[in-house]
Design a protein around this ligand. Structure first.
Ligand SMILES: Cc1cc2nc3c(=O)[nH]c(=O)nc-3n(C[C@H](O)[C@H](O)[C@H](O)COP(=O)(O)OP(=O)(O)OC[C@H]3O[C@@H](n4cnc5c(N)ncnc54)[C@H](O)[C@@H]3O)c2cc1C
Length: 463
């Protein structure tokens, strides 16, 4: 057999499972079709880490409780920002209050800790800038925010350092059962393995019997408000009322806000701004850094280990809290796979992410120390986010280093500022080309067809 375990898909679930499995003496590879791991994780650097109080589905709620606890522990260990900022679910009308009380009672029955039912005065005391009529609110102290791809990349880097073989830009075409395991056919290779963990969403290969996912989706429109927008909300806040529409405001780990509208209606950009303003006060459009539309996924999530005796496990279904529940899924799936294989824990497993520096969070004295060691840290490339050349080079040379502009952005924070790369994109592209020994015209944003520069201008060729 080429491998003991082949993990298909390098999203956050695949990377976290690779990390858990890399603790054992197994020969593991992960196959990902994109240029980078965690490429689809989210467009913004902010995910809510739920605590189980909101989930209608009991399984999802249990996974959220377990995931919230593990995220707290691994974020410290991996040096990933995770802030338990708290969560207020605000009832605006009678129907909302009824839903809120049901949610609270269900949470108590489920044994969820640190949740409280608050009166309107207590809510305004906590959030004096709230611009809506409050009847009551549910307060969850353990809910927080994390950068989803920082967590996913941390899982991937440690798995890589502990021997997992990452095969990027390789697409799985089929998985076939063979006498003592599986044959995984990709666009480049044909591998054999004892066990397959399939985390690719919605793919149906020869081994798959049927697609049982129950899809439940609404529209999500969300705005990224920059640091300059002074809303001054401490907590994540969402609304509950008689309609199915919901508004969310989420403080990001970088000091901005994400404001989201979950709705089944088809509303325009202008209508979305109007709805947000009724919630947060008038929005100065200058403060809107970005506007995105996406689906809000609330599918049933299936961890299908019914074929584990043959060596096949599949995780399917897209869920709005997948980042939160991933650490729990990874542990469950790992236990299932390990109990089916003859393996033991590795003695030399290194449970640590290699160090890195984020200049924008350091004091001047700390910066001076690092610049003394490496002068490249003294040259700021992204002025908005204060990212130095040293940080960009490190993001490329690290284990599973960045190979795209998006990869550098996710690892260092470049181009996340108000100029969105207008001033630094060329410099970043040149550094990536130099470090990877490529032509600048071969540098891509994130995928094959996303070249940053299409060609050289003819006159320059002549010089
Ligand atoms: C707008 C939005 C907001 C969200 N907010 C939150 C939040 O606040 N809190 C929270 O907990 N979660 C949140 N989520 C959920 C979360 O970000 C995603 O659901 C999660 O990242 C999915 O991870 P995954 O690993 O399951 O799937 P994916 O990230 O889709 O990973 C699957 C991987 O498989 C690869 N792949 C697919 N097919 C093949 C193939 N044939 N061969 C090889 N590779 C293949 C893909 O390229 C991909 O990298 C949000 C999601 C969205 C869209």
């Amino acid at each position: 057999m080429d491998y003991d375990v082949l993990i298909l898909g390098g999203g956050i679930v695949g990377c976290a499972a690779a990390y858990e499995l890399s603790k054992y003496n197994l020969n593991i590879a992960l196959i990902e079709k994109d240029y980078d791991i965690a490429d689809d994780v989210a467009l913004i650097n902010c995910s809510v880490v739920y605590d189980g109080c909101e989930g209608e589905d009991t399984l999802i709620s249990k996974l959220q409780v377990m995931g919230n606890d593990i995220v707290g522990k691994v974020s410290d260990k991996f040096n990933v920002d995770f802030e338990k900022c708290g969560y207020l679910i605000v009832a605006e009308d009678e129907k909302g209050e009824e839903k809120l009380k049901n949610m609270y009672n269900t949470s108590i029955r489920r044994g969820i800790k640190e949740i409280y039912l608050l009166d309107k005065e207590q809510v305004y005391e906590m959030e004096p800038n709230l611009n809506i009529d409050v009847r009551k609110a549910l307060y969850s102290k353990n809910t927080g925010v994390i950068s989803p791809y920082d967590l996913a990349i941390a899982y991937g880097e440690i798995a890589f350092d502990n021997g997992v073989n990452f095969k990027l830009q390789e697409e799985v075409l089929d998985i076939q059962k063979i006498s003592k395991g599986f044959s995984v056919i990709t666009n480049k290779n044909k591998f054999t393995c004892t066990t397959v963990l399939n985390t690719t969403p919605g793919e149906n290969y020869s081994v798959d019997s049927s697609n049982k996912v129950n899809k439940n989706r609404s529209n999500l429109k969300y705005f990224l408000l920059e640091k300059e927008f002074k809303a001054n909300f401490k907590n994540i806040i969402s609304t509950l009322n008689e309609s199915e529409n919901k508004l969310y405001t989420i403080p990001t780990v970088d000091g901005g806000y994400v404001v989201a509208i979950k709705t089944d209606e088809n509303i325009t950009y202008e209508e979305s701004i109007e709805k947000i303003s009724s919630f947060m006060g008038n929005i100065d459009e200058e403060c809107i850094g970005a506007f995105y539309e996406s689906s809000f996924f609330n599918d049933t999530l299936i961890i299908d280990d019914s074929s584990i005796d043959k060596g096949y496990v599949k995780v399917t279904g897209k869920n709005y809290s997948q980042v939160t529940i991933t650490p729990a899924i990874a542990k469950i799936v790992c236990e299932t796979i390990v109990s089916n294989l003859n393996c033991v824990l590795k003695k030399d497993f290194v449970d640590k992410r290699r160090d890195f520096y984020r200049f924008r969070y350091l004091s001047n004295d700390e910066r001076k120390e690092i610049i003394k060691l490496n002068k490249k840290y003294g040259k700021i490339i992204c002025n908005c986010q204060k990212v130095s050349e040293g940080e960009i080079i490190d993001s490329i040379r690290r284990p599973l280093g960045a190979r795209t502009i998006e990869g550098i952005k996710r690892r260092t924070g470049v181009t996340f500022g108000s100029c969105m790369g207008a001033q630094c994109l060329n410099k970043i592209s040149s550094i990536l080309a130099r470090e990877t020994d490529k032509k600048i015209t071969d540098i891509v944003k994130d995928s094959k067809n996303s070249k940053i520069m299409i060609s050289r201008i003819k006159e320059f060729d002549d010089i």
